[in-house]
Design a protein around this ligand. Structure first.
Ligand code: A3P
Length: 296
């Protein structure tokens, strides 16, 4: 395990063929045997799809739009990261969750086949947020460069190849987004798209609120929409990961709240990279109907 917030980069291990950080693999038994409770809410994403954004929306809804309550602690303490290994002084996600009173909101990046069985046995609600592949890989590249715990991303062209071939943490993007999409009719999964959220955040906040069986007046819904805008969250130290030390998040490379846009991939993909990516994407995603958009 990582001994302290020194920012030593991890290597990859595997669980059932899915690449995960080595310390997660070492802790796997604890994650697999995690005991979910019926009122747990799981927020699941492929990395960089807008997890933190979704978490903030959920916490504000559950707290009736009370901004002060939602500033009680940073995101990763309010809604622990299930498969996160201990990085002292932080305990593992599972240890934090074991001590947490219900109802708990839990973050995961695990593909659906690795989600602990107890979530399904308890018929827990899941909110899945997905983001188009091209913006996801760009965001992931910046994150892997700045987060000194993540394996070394290498240069962009090689990184793009690794993303396309499922060699980054959490494996294939395609398998991840398709896995939750397939199960959304048989399990209690609300499937959200980053691009929809950008285009019309208020409508998506309402969808989340209804899924959580909450009812809030219009002015509170407006407030939640405003409090979870990119510009407001970027300034909120409890929602922008600014509490993570510089030794881990190298902010000279990028901030966590980087751009928050749809279509930033256009600034990073060469025309040839885009063509090859699209060709590969067509094959990987054939027969799927998830309405992704790469531009608004
Ligand atoms: P960019 O790197 O493209 O800026 P995650 O929370 O899953 O790690 O995702 C992080 C990505 O979501 C980053 O994308 C971040 O800027 C973006 N993000 C976070 N909060 C957001 C918000 N309120 N609105 C839009 N994008 C947001």
């Amino acid at each position: 395990n990582v001994k302290s917030w020194e920012g030593s980069r991890c290597s990859f291990g595997q669980v059932k063929g899915v690449p995960l950080l080595e310390p997660t693999v070492q802790n796997w038994e604890l994650v697999e045997n995690f005991r979910a409770q019926p009122d747990d809410l799981l927020i699941a994403t492929y990395p960089k799809a807008g997890t933190t954004w979704t978490q903030e929306i959920v916490d504000l809804i559950l707290n009736d739009g009370d901004a002060e309550k939602c500033r009680r602690a940073p995101t990763h303490k309010r809604m622990p990261f299930l498969e996160m290994f201990p990085v002292p002084p932080l305990e593992s996600g599972v240890s934090q969750l074991d001590k947490m009173p219900s109802p708990r909101v839990i973050k995961t990046h695990l593909p659906i086949q690795l989600v602990p069985q107890s979530f399904w046995d308890n018929n827990c609600k899941v909110i899945y947020m997905a983001r188009n592949a091209k913006d996801s890989v760009v965001s992931y590249f910046y994150f892997d460069r700045m987060n000194r715990i993540q394996p070394d991303p290498g240069p962009w062209d090689q990184y793009l190849h690794k993303f396309m071939h499922g060699q980054l943490c959490c494996g294939y993007w395609c398998d991840h987004v398709k896995g939750y999409w397939r199960e959304k009719e048989t399990k209690r999964i609300l499937y959200l798209l980053y691009e929809d959220m950008k285009e019309n955040p208020r409508d998506e906040v309402i969808r989340v609120m209804r899924f959580l069986e909450h009812s809030l007046p219009d002015d509170i819904i407006d407030r939640i929409t405003e409090l979870t805008s990119f510009s407001t969250m970027k300034e909120n130290p409890m929602a922008n990961y600014s509490t993570i030390p510089d030794s881990v998040f190298d902010r000279s490379v990028s901030t966590f709240m980087r751009k928050g846009e749809v279509g930033d991939w256009l600034n990073h993909f060469s025309p040839e990279e885009s063509r090859l990516f699209d060709e590969h994407y067509e094959k990987m995603m054939s027969g799927t109907s998830i309405p992704f958009r790469t531009q608004l």
